[in-house]
Design a protein around this ligand. Sequence first.
Ligand code: FES
Length: 107
Amino acid sequence: MAKITYVEHNGHATTVDVPDGWSLMQAAVTNAIPGIVGECGGSRACATCHCYIDEARLGDLPAPEEGELAMLDMAAAEVRPASRLSCQIKASPALDGLVVHLPETQG
Ligand code: FES
């Protein structure tokens, strides 16, 4: 379990408990957090789950695979060094307290 805080582009923040093994996209969609769409259901085929990870915590996450980086190129909003696909990030106690910023648009 990890407490994850999603900060929408307008600054509205929502913190949810995410069970171990759930993706950050899955938790956002389940909790109806605006700003994450997850159109492809997490199969790394849409980039509508784009998010920006708190830079100070980037090292707590496994590095993105090549396929994730390729799909990030399709993201509608600006891609930054802290950009990730939230469907590719699985919750674990190591991510407790993580803050995830959501882009202005997903498409
Ligand atoms: S939900 Fe489609 S790439 Fe993440």
